[in-house]
Design a protein around this ligand. Structure first.
Ligand SMILES: Nc1ncnc2c1ncn2[C@@H]1O[C@H](COP(=O)(O)OP(=O)(O)O)[C@@H](O)[C@H]1O
Ligand SMILES: [Mg+2]
Length: 243
């Protein structure tokens, strides 16, 4: 078996008395789309923050490509190839769309002209080329999510963490978003996506990990996870029929 891209080993994160991630053991395989699902407050965004290095775990270790990255700052993890989007889009609203993406492109292209060329390539790739020169503030919510994805992709990641990028989209927008995610994976980037819309997530992911109360509740093929009684009780409820 090949070595996992990411390995979380007994990863725990406390906020005061609250245990947001509780001894999580999880791997991310190279080349997969992994769905990270579970109810609000389950600890999904916290786990993304820990993998991307926004803050360190209270205990446990995280490896990336076999190296221990637990103590590395986010900037260093970005250089190694970990990129993420935020659940609440964080675009620089006073800057243009292409300038926002250039911020990501500078990670690998310190010269402005090359960073700009890279950013324009990525905007074309995600379908935002016609908006390149408008202020980010003028984008629609689904376009803002694409911009988040573009800025992350511009860093040329090996691992892309997508936090609810399809949430709040219309069915046709979310189908288009799913197509983009598949295209990103097919280009060789490993993807982990947090998402609630089961009809969209389950056909898209190779594997699903379900978090509940900070712990891994279930893990496996989408078709098995949606039939798991514990998952239905804790999270899916009526959603499982749709999935
Ligand atoms: N920075 C933080 N400070 C304090 N509590 C936090 C912080 N981030 C998350 N939490 C808490 O940790 C728990 C898990 O949150 P989160 O990881 O955002 O869940 P999810 O993304 O699954 O909805 C929640 O109870 C949340 O309030
Ligand atoms: Mg979240």
């Amino acid at each position: 078996m090949s070595e996992p891209l990411v390995s979380c080993n007994k990863v725990t994160r406390r906020f005061g008395g609250l245990v947001a991630n509780d001894s999580i053991d999880m791997t991310i395989a190279r080349g997969e789309i992994l769905g990270l699902i579970g109810p609000n407050g389950a600890g999904k965004s916290t786990l993304f923050n820990l993998i991307a290095g926004a803050f360190p775990p209270s205990s446990g270790t995280i490896t990336f490509e076999g190296g221990n990255v637990t103590a590395l700052p986010a900037t260093e993890r970005c250089v190694r190839g970990i990129a993420r989007t935020y659940q609440v889009p964080r675009s620089f609203d006073s800057m243009t769309v292409v300038e926002n993406v250039i911020v990501g492109a500078f990670v690998r292209h310190p010269r402005a002209a090359q960073a700009r060329a890279k950013a324009l390539d990525v905007l074309d790739y995600v379908g935002l080329m016609t908006q390149a020169n408008v202020p980010a503030a003028d984008l629609t919510p689904p376009q803002k999510r694409r911009l988040e994805v573009a800025r992350a992709l511009a860093t040329e990641p090996k691992l892309l963490l997508l936090d609810e990028v399809l949430t709040g989209l219309t069915p046709s927008e979310s189908r288009a978003g799913a197509e983009l995610i598949r295209k990103i994976r097919d280009s060789g980037v490993t993807v982990v996506m947090v998402e609630h819309v089961m009809e969209v997530v389950m056909p898209l992911v190779d594997r699903a990990v379900v978090l509940n109360l900070g712990k891994v509740l279930a893990e496996g093929a989408p078709k098995d996870v949606v039939r798991d009684e514990n998952v239905i009780a804790a999270y899916l409820g009526d959603r499982h029929r749709a999935a």
